[in-house]
Design a protein around this ligand. Structure first.
Ligand SMILES: Nc1ncnc2c1ncn2[C@@H]1O[C@H](COP(=O)(O)OP(=O)(O)O)[C@@H](O)[C@H]1O
Ligand SMILES: [Mg+2]
Length: 411
């Protein structure tokens, strides 16, 4: 008899009707209303308004922690500009995310693509030098006789990698342009960023500075309620879900993105379970999943020696004793280095790596004193079995596949 299909075996009971529109809960979605950002919107609108009369607004630097609505507000402004000047007769709004596009030539190319509308005048994607792209774009801009508002989101990314180049080139365009103007709005999550700029760039970019403060738990609740009202049918969301998501996100420095992620993942878990409501239990699972992902990300990016020290603690804990001393970890570490063909660091250096792992929350270490006999650390693993599994399957530990099997059976 033939096997039934996996679709009949695991009855996929996904309840597809919980979320009306998934996009609304994505962090890239720009809602029509941005509660608690009216003041910032008005401030920016006032500064950029002259662009609608072909004048040059001041450059602006927008700073604030992640998830405080900077990107959403600037895109909202762009949309409002398009409403009053749909054909870009006076003002052309350009948005570039420097985290994605970071080389100066790619940035100018990206900008040209948004600015040059005529297909036959588009700049080819490859093959042109920076100077040629720059000159072509500049003469197109001059001819078009308007104000260009260029938003450089995550501007610290561009400046870190390529000096002050792109910002410098863009603002310098004004020296050549006579009929058109360019204003730059830089956005950064890094509030200290401006301190690292040269004095000249600092004064140019920071002509106007706007700081976005973290949202309070109540503000995050309002933001979530507004989104939830359009994303879910009535009665789908249990009352306590939004306060829970808001409280978690507020603990996490008032980050609205984090709150929305929680809500979206909670709804996703409810759908997968085939449940008819999104409950606080779903939101708690969502929080656990996000935390797990964050730990896994840290594990993935650890240097090989730190991974090995962590693995030494995992192995050491396997042999019955739950807490280990620095010396025991070091012995286990040396064994592993032998298997993996890695250079052995000094015990002092390994002790430093142990402290780092402690700070990352991967392990828990307490100093224990033996009076005159000195002191040692008592080290305990604080990662879950799931995380240990991911660590063990790291490419670095492939040569251990022999004892990896043993490891898996222990979990
Ligand atoms: N005031 C607000 N009202 C509605 N949604 C908001 C508000 N502030 C932020 N968001 C949403 O939170 C998420 C993160 O905001 P974002 O603008 O990307 O933050 P930032 O750029 O400051 O890191 C986005 O999905 C955004 O739409
Ligand atoms: Mg942003």
């Amino acid at each position: 008899m033939s096997q039934p299909s996996i679709f009949t075996q695991h009855t996929i009971k996904r309840n597809r009707n919980l979320i009306k529109n998934k996009n609304i809960l994505q962090s890239t979605f720009i809602p029509n209303q941005l509660p608690h950002r009216e003041r910032e919107i008005n401030m920016i609108a006032e500064i950029v308004a002259p662009a609608l009369e072909k004048d040059k607004p001041s450059n602006i630097l927008v700073t604030g922690r992640p998830g405080t609505g900077k990107t959403a507000v600037l895109n909202f402004i762009g949309r409002e500009i398009k409403k009053v000047d749909p054909n870009e007769e006076n003002c052309c709004f350009v948005y570039i995310n420097c985290e994605i596009v970071d080389a100066p030539t790619s940035m100018l190319y990206n900008m040209s693509n948004q600015v040059i509308k005529e297909h036959e005048r588009k700049i080819p994607f490859t093959g042109w030098s920076f100077d040629k792209v720059y000159e072509t774009l500049l003469s197109y801009m001059e001819e078009s006789h308007k104000t260009y508002l260029v938003v450089l989101d995550e501007i610290d990314m561009a400046l870190q990698k390529k000096g002050d180049d792109i910002f410098y080139y863009l603002t310098n365009m004004n020296e050549t342009l006579s009929k058109s103007r360019v204003s730059v709005i830089g956005i950064t999550n890094n509030t200290k960023f401006i301190e690292f700029l040269s004095t000249k760039i600092k004064s140019r970019l920071g002509e106007e500075k706007i700081i976005f403060t973290p949202y309070t738990p109540d503000q995050i609740k309002d933001i979530l309620r507004e989104r939830a009202a359009v994303a879910f049918e009535d009665g789908i969301l249990e009352e306590s879900v939004i306060p829970f998501c808001a409280a978690v996100a507020a603990n996490d420095s008032g980050d609205a993105r984090r709150a929305l992620d929680l809500l979206r993942i909670a709804a996703d878990i409810a759908e997968r379970n085939g449940d008819s409501k999104v409950t606080e239990a779903h939101a708690r699972s969502a929080r656990d999943r996000i935390e797990l992902d964050a730990v896994l990300e840290v594990i993935k990016t650890l240097p090989a020696q730190s991974k090995t020290v962590l693995m030494a603690i995992v192995k050491g804990s396997d042999h019955g004793s739950i807490t280990l001393t620095t010396g025991e970890v070091f012995t286990s570490y040396k064994d592993l280095c032998g298997f993996l063909d890695l250079p052995v660091l000094t015990q002092r250096r390994v002790a430093d790596l142990i402290s780092e792992l402690d700070m990352l929350g991967m392990i828990h270490a307490r100093v224990k004193s033996f009076g005159r006999n000195g002191r040692t650390k008592e080290i305990e693993l604080s990662i879950s079995g799931e995380v240990v599994c991911v660590l063990s399957s790291d490419d670095l530990f492939k040569p251990l596949s022999g004892f990896k099997k043993k490891q898996m059976t222990l979990m």
